[in-house]
Design a protein around this ligand. Structure first.
Ligand code: KG4
Ligand code: ZN
Length: 338
């Protein structure tokens, strides 16, 4: 094995990205690759589970071979195999977990079932930011909006969650109403950069003063009511509406994260998940955290959306703490973080 460093191989296939990564047991990502199916699902306006799982089957084997050759490792050098076991689409999760289990059995090595949300949660500590430290984390993805207190790797406390739509869902649904292509979040972000965030007065759901819960369905309804009087064929109007919707989501996310940090008397905050790619959110977080004296860790944009590097990193924390999973452990579409 190159340099004599033991490595773990992880697979991610919870939704429409197939990914593989190799992480050394001291937490360095040695190779990571992602095959995205976004363009395939665009024609349907969303992820079609059957199509997603078929495409995972097509790509997963070559991704495993390619991360091994990129890092100069052979299968027999891998000390453990991991895969995302939930939450996600069952038929997609089964491809990654079956592959990881098969490799583990063939090589006589342990298997680890990893929670996708733990992958996102720890991703800001990747890229040499480790070790994982006590902090308050905001996870904003397509399916989840969670405020989590990280005590140490594996010991987490949920501080707040969304009561309805996730932040990514809010971006995607508003984008769909505005006629933007799937996935709408990145496209809305791009247009918002050219728009006026004060164009529409959209609701900010802060709820009662100290609440750490989120709600984004009111925003969706407010945009829906505005639609008849908006001329979205005008590029500047479309950009202004995107900027207004983005500002409403971003303001709530930033405010609640700061509130949670104060509530827990923590000075380190982290943000992860696909929505943490959002340029408006990154700027607002940076400015607000500086003003509040909070240290902010944000994952690199390519580590914010679904990838296997974060799954490998989470798996290494578990493996080093002495955990492995039984070979008959099942996938769970609703797997909880805590
Ligand atoms: O974490 P992720 O890749 O997958 C899930 O685990 O859900 O998150 C995907 C979500 C989608 O809703 C997508 O629209 C959103 O993240 N997203 C963005 C941006 N990039 C991805 N939302 C707003 N602005 C972005 N730049
Ligand atoms: Zn995700």
């Amino acid at each position: 094995m190159p340099g004599g460093v033991p490595v773990l191989l992880a697979l991610e296939s919870s939704c429409d990205e197939t990914a593989a990564a190799l992480c050394s047991l001291d937490g360095r990502i040695l190779a990571a690759q992602v095959a995205s199916q976004a363009t395939i699902h665009r024609q349907y306006g969303g992820v079609v589970p059957e199509v997603a799982s078929r495409n995972h089957v097509l790509h997963i084997r070559s991704l495993v071979e390619s991360v091994l050759s990129e890092a100069g490792y052979g299968l027999s050098d891998v000390v453990a195999f991991a895969a995302t076991a939930g939450p996600g689409l069952v038929s997609s999760l089964l491809i990654g977990t079956s592959m990881a289990k098969a490799l583990a059995v063939a090589e006589g090595k342990p298997y680890l079932a990893i929670n996708h949300m733990e992958g996102h949660l720890l991703s800001p500590f990747l890229d040499g930011q480790g070790p994982v430290r006590r902090s308050v984390a905001l996870i904003v993805s397509g399916g989840h909006t969670l405020l989590v207190r990280i005590h140490e790797p594996g010991r987490y406390e949920i501080l707040g969650r969304t009561r309805d739509d996730a932040a990514g869902e809010a971006f995607d649904k508003v984008a769909k109403m505005l006629g933007l292509p799937y996935p709408g979040g990145p496209e809305l972000d791009r247009l918002a950069r050219m728009g006026d965030p004060t164009y529409l007065a959209l609701p900010r759901s802060f709820m009662v003063r100290d609440s750490l819960e989120f709600s984004f369905s009111g925003l969706k309804t407010a945009v829906l009511y505005e639609l008849p009087r908006l001329d979205l064929t005008k590029a500047e109007v479309l950009a202004d509406v995107c900027a207004s919707a983005q500002a409403a989501i971003v303001e709530v996310l930033v405010e609640k994260l700061v509130r949670a940090a104060r509530h827990c008397h923590e000075t380190l905050v982290t943000v992860s998940g696909g929505v943490s790619c959002n340029s408006g959110l990154r700027v607002a977080l940076t400015e607000r955290c500086r003003a509040e004296g909070l240290e902010l860790l944000l994952a690199e944009p390519e580590l914010c959306t679904d990838n296997a590097a974060m799954i490998a990193f989470a798996a290494v924390q578990r493996f080093n703490a002495g955990f492995t999973s039984p070979m008959d452990s099942e996938v769970n579409p609703n797997l909880a973080l805590v």
